[in-house]
Design a protein around this ligand. Structure first.
Ligand SMILES: Nc1ncnc2c1ncn2[C@@H]1O[C@H](COP(=O)(O)OP(=O)(O)OP(=O)(O)O)[C@@H](O)[C@H]1O
Ligand SMILES: [Mg+2]
Length: 362
């Protein structure tokens, strides 16, 4: 009996995304080979923030919200994959000589000392081999000794963040099976193994995360402290209205970012402009390093990507195909809930990606 319950519970997994202004949780259940969304909850707390101004995770409040979500929304699964905010993670790439797998960890730690600004014992390190190659020929047609090298992606996260997130799940009675930086969860949810080179732009409340991914492998990540909260603030101060009204106005479909005479658009455009500038900058850096692989399109997610005319604006401004990510493409949703879930799908991208990892590991 025990074994059976263990087995069946492995078919379910929660994804927990702690954003700057809200907590999002989804529960996926594997039916045959299909992950099915069986439950989700979004809890926004407009009065207070879950991360301080320095974007540090505040565990006290968050714990309470997670606890209430589990209780009120009646989530069944205990297994959970927890997201690590992109701005807390440092993702770097390194090359090391080919060596037995058992020795890689030590070599990565040694190399990481050079890349990571904080002392190595204050961060949790994760790594993955993303490719291998031979030394290139030197100028003049001579060849160096052909040594196989490994390309490694290293993810480092402050121990303090890992501990806080672990405490939240432990004290709310969940069983944490993995932690993952949000960018990777977004890739799993939106791109999976699709071929091509894309940039995911996840515009949340306080931060915007950028992820360049080529043939399923993350190439560049970046996070800036700009998002929907800033847009609401600009509207409130520019129109002399309170934040609550500004927030409603923002979510109505009245903004036309394409029209420079649009009053709201002119108030919001400095914020959107910062996101556009960052995309241009990252695109340039990526194309310089990878002249053959051009970024095919931008894929948007996060609540703020629902801003009216946002996709049209970026398409025009950046002369690149822009599309809304389809967070539900890799999962099934009961048809009677589909309409509601579709409305919040951009906000659920990360949570879905996290839960998908949990059921993929079955
Ligand atoms: N229809 C809409 N139009 C414009 N903005 C919207 C709309 N719906 C929600 N938003 C905004 O989306 C933001 C919330 O998105 P999301 O849940 O992705 O953020 P978060 O994950 O909490 O924040 P972060 O990723 O920065 O930590 C809020 O700023 C909210 O006002
Ligand atoms: Mg978010």
């Amino acid at each position: 009996m025990q074994i059976f319950s263990l087995f069946s519970s492995r078919k379910r997994c929660l994804g927990l995304d702690i954003g700057t202004t809200g907590v999002k949780m989804v529960e996926l259940k594997k039916e045959g080979n299909t992950p099915v969304l069986v439950n989700y909850a979004i809890s926004y707390d407009s009065g207070s923030l879950l991360q301080s101004s320095s974007l540090e995770i505040l565990d006290g409040q968050t714990k309470e919200i997670v606890f209430n979500i589990i209780k009120n929304a009646k989530f069944k699964a205990k297994r959970v994959v927890v997201g690590i905010p992109g701005f807390l993670a440092l993702i770097s790439f390194m090359e090391i000589p080919e060596m037995p797998r058992s020795e890689i960890d030590q070599a990565v730690r040694f190399e990481a000392n050079k890349y990571i600004p904080t002392p190595i014992n204050e961060v949790s390190l994760g790594w993955e081999i993303i490719g291998s190659f031979q030394d290139k020929p030197m100028e003049g047609g001579r060849f160096m000794k052909q040594q196989q090298k490994l390309q490694i992606m290293v993810v480092s996260v402050p121990n303090s963040a890992v501990t806080k997130l672990s405490n939240i799940t432990k004290e709310t009675g969940l069983s944490q099976i993995a932690m993952e930086v949000e960018n990777f969860a977004a890739v799993r949810c939106l791109i999976g193994n699709d071929k091509g080179t894309f940039m995911i732009v996840n515009i949340g409340a306080k931060a915007t995360d950028f992820t360049v991914v080529s043939d399923g492998i993350v190439q560049v990540t970046r996070s800036i402290a700009v998002g929907g909260a800033e847009i609401s603030r600009s509207l409130a101060s520019g129109l002399g209205i309170d934040l609550e009204r500004a927030d409603k106005l923002k979510k109505s479909s009245q903004i036309n970012l394409i029209d420079p005479r649009d009053k709201m658009s002119s108030l919001v455009s400095p914020v959107i402009g910062m996101i556009a500038d960052e995309i241009k900058r990252l695109r340039e850096i990526y194309h310089k390093k990878n002249p053959i692989k051009k970024i095919d399109k931008l894929i948007f997610s996060g609540g703020t990507s629902k801003l009216a005319s946002l996709l049209d604006f970026f398409t025009q401004e950046l002369s690149i195909e822009c599309q809304m990510g389809s967070s539900l493409a890799r999962i099934a949703v009961d048809s009677k809930h589909r309409e509601i879930v579709e409305k919040v799908a951009p906000e659920l991208t990360v949570a879905i990606g996290l839960a998908l990892r949990g059921i993929d590991e079955v």
